[in-house]
Design a protein around this ligand. Structure first.
Ligand code: C2E
Ligand code: CA
Ligand code: CA
Ligand code: CA
Length: 279
């Protein structure tokens, strides 16, 4: 039995080493991908529910590794956060997305908004303000057209430093929204501590809004809270017309989801949403 235990232990060690090694290799590949600008962005339409109009886009990062294929952001973003690579990745995302927005503005779509995800690590190291200023300056985008999406993890690191950065970002004229609202422990507390512009209701509540009375109550509650605080509210993960219908009925202002459009490469988005063929 002792022998078996030892063999099992060695096996576990070997597979742990293998996992650690694989992680290191993945990290090295990600570092290269960032350096060589081998990442790309897709843009998902943000829809005004009352009119069905696209009012903006959310930039979402993509990584197609030549050997491993597409690696989902749910994998490489946490890796980038843990390794510190998120700083350079985040800078690249801000620069690339704002320059894309500027090109669309120059093509006559000046009212389009751009939402960019920021991660907690970008806040901790204090680089975020610099990066946003740089992107605005390089691209020439009007700050009022840029919206930064933060998750609760940013605000979790409480501290005056984070609050200060939020105030400074606000002073630049950009909009701030809370992403994945409702999934954290203290989403509501943040609404008191800082004047956000928009709440994005997490898709886990939206998915079952028709069939699950609890989820429906939560979604209804978040929408009415947002509206009474004078905030915009967007429902994420809208996959069907009946969900869109229900949200319209609940007076939700905006929505995003596969029902309207998936995240799209910029040229596809432009073709489908910005340059409709003449009727
Ligand atoms: P998120 O910010 O909550 O982004 C929304 C996610 O929901 C995206 O997943 C999007 O493709 C997906 N989605 C949109 N509509 C639907 C729908 O109707 N149904 C379903 N099931 N999913 C929908 P994605 O692109 O895989 O990104 C995952 C997460 O990775 C993002 O969640 C965000 O937290 C992070 N992420 C992506 N790009 C960036 C980035 O540039 N910077 C940072 N810091 N994080 C990023
Ligand atoms: Ca987001
Ligand atoms: Ca979200
Ligand atoms: Ca549920």
């Amino acid at each position: 039995a002792k022998r078996e235990g030892r063999a099992a232990y060695q096996f576990a060690t070997a597979s742990m080493n293998e996992a650690a090694l694989e992680r290191l290799q993945l990290e090295a590949s990600l570092r290269l991908a960032i350096e060589r600008e081998a990442l790309r962005l897709e843009y998902q339409p943000l829809i005004e529910l009352a009119t069905g109009r696209m009012v903006g886009v959310e930039a979402l990062c993509r990584w197609d590794d030549p050997e491993r294929g597409a690696i989902p952001p749910g994998v490489f973003i946490p890796l980038a956060e843990d390794s510190g690579l998120i700083e350079s990745l985040g800078r690249w995302v801000l620069l690339t997305a704002t320059q894309q927005l500027q090109r669309w503005h120059e093509a006559g779509h000046g009212d389009l908004m751009l939402a960019v995800n920021l991660s907690a690590r970008q806040f901790q190291r204090g680089v975020v303000l610099e990066q946003v200023e740089e992107a605005l300056m390089v691209s020439g985008v009007n700050p009022a057209r840029l919206e930064l999406e933060l998750t609760e993890s940013v605000l979790l690191h409480d501290g005056e430093a984070v609050m200060n950065t939020l105030r400074q970002l606000k002073a630049l004229g950009v909009a701030l929204s809370i992403d994945d609202f409702g999934t954290g422990y203290s989403s509501f507390a943040y609404l008191r501590r800082f004047k956000f512009d928009k709440i994005k209701i997490d898709q886990s509540f939206v998915r079952d809004v028709i069939d699950d009375p609890e989820d429906a109550a939560i979604v209804r509650g978040i929408i009415s809270l947002a509206l009474s605080l004078g905030l915009h509210v967007l429902a994420e993960g809208v996959e069907t017309e009946s969900i869109a219908q229900r949200l319209r009925h609940l007076k939700c202002t905006y929505a995003q989801g596969y029902h309207f459009a998936r995240p799209l490469r910029p040229e596809v988005l432009a073709e489908r949403f910005l340059n409709p063929p003449p009727a």
